[in-house]
Ligand binder design. Structure first.
Ligand SMILES: *Cc1c(COP(=O)(O)O)cnc(C)c1O
Length: 219
């Protein structure tokens, strides 16, 4: 298990980040590999949006935390089509839509549950340096397809700049693409670069280690 930093530390870190956030920016606390108790501590401090990366791990935590009213789950991890069944309908936001087949499966599962998922198209702005995400020249087609599917609301775009790159040009490009498509949300910025993302117009920032400390390993 990781060191949670002692009682109160998560609340302090949350307050410090929130104090710097302009109105209209939602902080998604990335709790992957963190135990349910860490999420409870953040929730007790007023945090309501949480992000998870691994479908089955998330499902277990969502069950363990089902008593926490108003908690909103964001799925931010790479998503295999056969894992969508674990997410629908309780993950309200999906940040990693990157292909047509996944859009169809998400639409099918959420529509069957009578729920609309807010989806963000993950854009691969890093080219060869990056494996996940939809190529920029395919974003229009994917957005158009997803917009026509029941069960999905296309809310915006998401990116993860390749490690080692200056993130700012990536954030600027994502914002321009979002504006051209007439979408609202921009999910960008992590522990190391969220201030830059906010300067460039992020509406959702995804922060893990800067809130919860180093992650416990997954094995
Ligand atoms: C793990 C993860 C984060 C959080 O990263 P930190 O550096 O711990 O803040 C944000 N977004 C995605 C997609 C992630 O996988």
């Amino acid at each position: 298990m990781g060191d949670l930093g002692g009682p109160g530390i998560i609340a302090e870190r949350l307050a410090a980040v929130k104090a710097e956030l302009p109105a209209g920016v939602t902080l998604v606390a990335v709790s992957k590999t963190q135990p349910p108790e860490a999420i409870r501590e953040a929730y007790a401090a007023g945090q309501r949006h949480f992000g998870e990366n691994y479908a089955q791990e998330w499902r277990q935590k969502a069950d363990a935390l089902s008593d926490l009213a108003g908690l909103t789950w964001h799925f931010i991890g790479g998503l295999q089509t056969n894992k969508v069944k674990y997410l629908a309908p309780r993950a309200a936001w999906i940040h990693t839509l990157d292909r047509d087949e996944l859009a169809r499966e998400l639409g099918k599962r959420y529509a069957a549950a009578g729920v609309t998922a807010r989806v963000l198209v993950e854009v691969n702005l890093g080219g060869e340096a990056q494996k996940s995400g939809c190529a920029p020249d395919r974003v229009d087609g994917l957005v158009a397809l997803a917009r026509d599917l029941p069960g999905l609301e296309v809310a915006g775009l998401m990116c993860i700049p390749p490690p080692g790159d200056d993130p700012r040009p990536h954030f600027i490009r994502l914002r321009a693409l979002r504006d051209r498509l007439g979408l609202r949300e921009l999910s960008m910025g992590m522990s190391a670069d969220w201030r830059i993302a906010v300067e460039e117009g992020a509406t959702l920032i995804r922060i893990g280690t800067a809130l919860f400390g180093e992650r416990p390993s997954r094995d």
